[in-house]
Design a protein around this ligand. Structure first.
Ligand code: SF4
Length: 351
């Protein structure tokens, strides 16, 4: 009878400390772990045999016990506007999505933090999936490395990462921050913190927790309403953390020099897009160092909302700008392949 093959442990997602510890456990000096860390993340090596700074014996030992595995790309949906929605198959059979959005000067990747989402925003397709589980740091970093390899993104390319895909990142804060630390480390993936954004629906205690981390990325808050009644209706999380609490934690948030908070505002026709809403948003954001992204809604027949007409979005913008609140209209990329904000639902195109 043949013995079952030993399951190899994936090293992707391990921190420098963990890899140093691993090297020591294999009888190697600690610095070998640091070399392994740099090979994994800085050089993006996927094969131990190519880590020629390690001894042949150590490489062979690693290959016998461990592997370096990125999430598999199951399907990809290229948009007319050059964005690509990637559907990854995870080891346990679950799927997640990552969106690649190139433009002339930089590339943005929209990352998932959970399989599905529990927050239940009424305008969001991911909410229809519910939540299955949190992603691991391996699966979060794996999204970056898989898409970077698929798109041949050079190591020195200007990369922006936004946690705005599937899931509420602050409900998976330990794994998200472990991944962020590796991504932002110059000896890791080397993406500066100022080019990484975590977007939250407004999990107040977790915003406080994030504020304490000196390695925190930029913060975006999904506001989407100008009154509690309105926000309760479209974002049930508001019943737990109403606007006053949310804006207070934003006021307490320790911004670095030149840093600002971003407030996302999905424009829903006849729901949150009146002039009076814009005036209330001005009041809500009073005294905050903030900008607002106005996002025309990317709907679908399954959900009972329509996008505000562009003239309404522009009128809303005018009111904010007139009161010195920087406000930008952000038309989502990849709408034709269901890759736009709030559209990620693991669906094929035309489903
Ligand atoms: S908008 Fe974000 S937080 Fe809200 S349900 Fe969708 S994925 Fe979750």
């Amino acid at each position: 009878m043949s013995t079952p093959a030993k399951k190899l442990q994936n090293l992707l997602g391990l921190s420098r400390d963990e890899l140093e510890h691993l090297a020591e456990g294999l009888g190697q000096p600690r610095f070998r772990g640091r070399q392994l860390y740099e090979a994994l993340y800085k050089q993006r090596a996927t094969d131990f045999q190519r880590m020629t700074n390690l001894s042949q014996a150590f490489r062979s030992e690693l290959a016998g016990r461990y592997l370096i595995a990125y999430p598999q790309i199951d399907r990809q949906f290229p948009s007319r506007d050059l964005a690509v929605r990637y559907l990854h198959r995870l080891e346990d059979g679950n799927s997640i999505e990552t969106v690649y959005m190139p433009d002339e000067t930089r590339t943005t990747l929209c990352l998932s933090s959970q399989v599905g989402c529990a927050v239940d925003c009424k305008f969001c397709f991911t909410a229809l999936l519910g939540v299955k589980r949190n992603l691991t740091s391996c699966e979060i970093i794996g999204q970056v490395l898989t898409v970077a390899a698929a798109q041949a993104i050079p190591h020195r390319a200007r990369l922006n990462l936004v946690f705005m895909g599937m899931g509420e990142p602050l409900l998976n804060l330990p794994a998200v921050m472990k991944a962020v630390h590796i991504i932002a480390d110059p000896n890791g993936l080397g993406v500066p913190l100022r080019r990484i954004t975590i977007s939250t629906a407004g999990i107040v205690p977790k915003i406080r927790e994030l504020a304490l981390d000196p390695m925190r990325p930029k913060l975006a808050v999904s506001l989407n309403a100008s009154t509690d009644a309105q926000r309760d209706a479209i974002m049930p999380i508001n019943r737990k953390y109403p606007l006053a609490q949310l804006l207070q934690v934003c006021r307490d948030y320790p911004l670095r020099p030149r840093e600002h908070l971003t407030f996302e505002y999905v424009m829903l026709d006849g729901v949150n897009d009146a002039d009076a809403d814009a005036r209330r948003v001005v009041k809500l954001l009073e005294g905050l160092r903030a900008k607002v992204n106005l996002i025309p809604y990317n709907g679908g027949p399954e959900l009972p909302f329509k996008s505000s007409p562009m003239r309404r979005v522009m009128a809303f913008q005018d009111i904010l700008v007139a009161r010195d609140i920087p406000a930008y209209i952000r038309v989502s990329r990849g709408q034709d392949v269901r890759a736009a904000c709030g559209q990620l639902s693991l669906a094929g195109v035309g489903d």
